[in-house]
Design a protein around this ligand. Structure first.
Ligand SMILES: [Zn+2]
Length: 296
């Protein structure tokens, strides 16, 4: 089964597949172990452009294959928010399973042309590669911030999403309906589920390539209430990006280790507990995405 097959299964059974970022091998293993332990059918792991530069594309592909093989669990590697055709081509050539061609900052026509080019290239290499596009203004970055102005003017417009999907042929759509990247400390993060349901209703137009409706992706799940995440899944989200809280968990535990054991110089001894925190959080979030914490 390829990634799109797993997403189809998720949509039919009303759960969501988790997407978690990594830039080190210990975090990658913690994510995969956590998803497996939580009973997910598969997991998506991502590298942003910065994370991919740090890990290396070939290294990321080799690591993911080795971990998936070792743990006997399906792991799909995604290039998270890649912003140029050249960058997207590089990851496709390196063997990534998936790419987010993020042209959301471009005017609509340019975004469509860019994503269409990536979709065509990906399909020419391997039809199993899943491509995601993004519409709307997803504010924030994957860190802790104090406040971000969230406005409905930044939301993905339902008609534009339907048009975008029809013209580009993307498999997945990242949409904006109140979500932001990162965590904000001084305000409540809230999803506009009613707006999202309009996007889903508008996206059922027939597509010329026969691939059917796109899979909707929720970015920026860190900081959202469980109830909001459950409602989003119920309304049609089949893939959820969860990153910032993992980074915070890893960082905080590592800081604690460095403070309590300042003379410990063996890396696996001070990194191990930090990765364990990541695993615990992946288990909790995956159970939520699977609808296991409480029946959806
Ligand atoms: Zn994102």
């Amino acid at each position: 089964m390829n990634l799109n097959d797993y997403l189809k299964e998720a949509r039919e059974n009303h759960y969501a597949t988790g997407h978690f970022n990594f830039s080190t091998e210990d975090v990658l293993k913690a994510i995969v172990a956590g998803a497996k332990e939580a009973g997910a059918p598969c997991v998506m792991v991502g590298t942003s452009e910065g994370e991919a530069d740090f890990v290396g594309l070939k290294e990321a592909v080799a690591l993911v294959r080795a971990v998936a093989d070792d743990m006997q669990f399906p792991v799909f590697l995604n290039a998270d928010h890649f912003k140029s055709f050249e960058k997207c081509k590089e990851v496709i050539d390196a063997g990534y399973d998936s790419v987010i061609a993020d042209g959301s900052k471009l005017p609509m026509a340019e975004n469509i042309a860019f994503v269409k080019q990536v979709v065509e290239y990906a399909r020419s290499v391997n039809s199993a590669i899943s491509v995601e596009g993004e519409l709307g203004y997803l504010k924030g970055s994957s860190e802790v911030q104090t406040k971000i102005e969230i406005s409905s003017a930044d939301y993905s417009e339902p008609e534009e999403v339907a048009d975008f999907v029809a013209q580009t042929g993307v498999d997945r759509m990242a949409v904006v309906f109140g979500n932001i990247h990162g965590i904000v400390t001084d305000q409540e993060e809230k999803l506009d589920i009613e707006h999202f349901s309009k996007i889903v209703a508008g996206g059922t137009l027939p597509r010329p390539d026969g691939r059917g409706e796109p899979y909707y992706v929720l970015h920026g799940a860190s900081g959202l209430k469980d109830e909001d995440i459950k409602s989003a899944i119920k309304t049609g989200i089949t893939n959820i990006h969860f990153n910032t809280e993992l980074r915070v968990a890893y960082h905080d535990k590592l800081k604690e280790e460095m403070t309590t054991m300042p003379n410990e110089t063996t890396p696996y001894k001070y990194l191990g507990p930090a990765a364990e925190e990541v695993k615990k959080l992946v288990i909790t979030k995956t159970q939520l995405f699977m609808g296991k914490l409480q029946n959806l």
